[in-house]
Write a protein that binds this ligand. Structure first.
Ligand code: NAD
Length: 275
């Protein structure tokens, strides 16, 4: 495929673009995942809490694409943190997905008040040793949470999946990641759709004769981020990956940087999230 991959510090690689399937029921997940694989995606991002792992697994099998060619990510829900609960939840995820390994397993949120993310990480390390989670990472971790994992286990997550879009670029966290060879993955890369009607983005899109979704997705790629735009509409799923036949220039990058002013989170702050 023409899609770039990014190398993890553990030696495995991740396709830089994937399909996000949050808020997608099982039956829709089957068709969305199949549409994505038909249009060239080789990476799907789900989570136990999305309650669609079964549909994702079915979509993969319906596509006819070899499991070995697909990069599959799922995530451990907060209520399943803790060493033994993690191992049990992981087995249940594999069973629903209908596969005997995932390419990437993520701790979905640090949930610092639970005080369990280090014990959880120790179970993740075990799952990687067993080869059932080929790579292990986290989501929504602040640098101080990452530092605790590193200090207490010596094993650095390969990736941190965080809320990130052009008007909320997470520069401090990205600087920490770079120092520790952690890849940054952008969730809600299109700002949950809010950026698609932004006039500044529309201007860049018009300049390249592309759609707003395409130029934003390309912005993530050009920033070295892993990006997982979500759609359940086959034509949009195909549109979002058709971004490797044009380039953003310095002027576009500067125009995007102008969006940072006033940018803020859409989702919960991981430090204070109630779940
Ligand atoms: P997103 O930023 O990907 O935006 C998705 C919305 O944009 C869609 O609902 C659709 O309405 C619209 N859209 C997409 N492509 C379009 C196109 N070509 N034309 C017009 N409209 C289009 O939002 P998201 O779903 O929040 O984030 C993407 C993925 O990130 C999720 O599906 C999930 O996999 C992941 N995620 C992870 C976390 C986490 O805590 N780790 C949290 C949120 C999302």
């Amino acid at each position: 495929s023409d899609q770039p991959t990014i190398l993890f510090h553990d030696g495995n690689s991740i396709p830089q673009i994937g399909l996000g399937v949050w808020q997608t029921p099982n039956d829709t997940a089957v068709t969305a995942v199949k549409a994505a694989l038909d249009s060239g995606y080789r990476h799907v991002d789900t989570a136990a809490i999305y309650e669609n792992e079964q549909g994702v697994g079915e979509g993969i099998r319906a596509s006819g694409v070899d499991r070995a060619e697909i990069f599959l990510t799922t995530k451990l829900w907060n209520g399943d943190q803790g060493h033994d609960a993690t191992l049990k939840a992981f087995d249940a995820s594999l069973k629903r997905l209908g596969t005997d390994y995932v390419d990437l397993y993520l701790i979905h949120w640090p949930a610092p008040k639970r005080g369990q993310f280090v014990d959880t990480w120790k179970a993740f390390i075990q799952l990687q040793k067993e080869g059932r989670a080929r790579s292990i990472g986290v989501s929504n971790f602040y640098p101080e949470h990452l530092q605790r994992l590193i200090d207490e286990t010596g094993i650095t997550p390969v990736i941190n999946q965080i809320e990130l879009h052009p008007d909320f670029p997470q520069k401090e966290t990205r600087a920490y990641h770079e120092k520790h060879r952690i890849i940054t993955e952008s969730w809600s890369p299109l700002g949950q759709g809010t950026l698609l009607t932004n006039p500044v983005v529309a201007g860049i899109a018009a300049k390249h004769d592309r759609t707003p979704a395409q130029v934003i997705t390309r912005w993530h790629i050009d920033n070295g981020l892993v990006v997982i735009p979500k759609s359940v509409t086959p034509s949009r799923i195909a549109e979002n990956v058709k971004i490797f036949d044009f380039k953003l220039d310095d002027e576009d990058m500067q125009t995007f940087a102008g969006l940072e002013k006033g940018g803020k989170r859409i989702g919960p702050d991981p430090m204070t999230a109630s779940f």
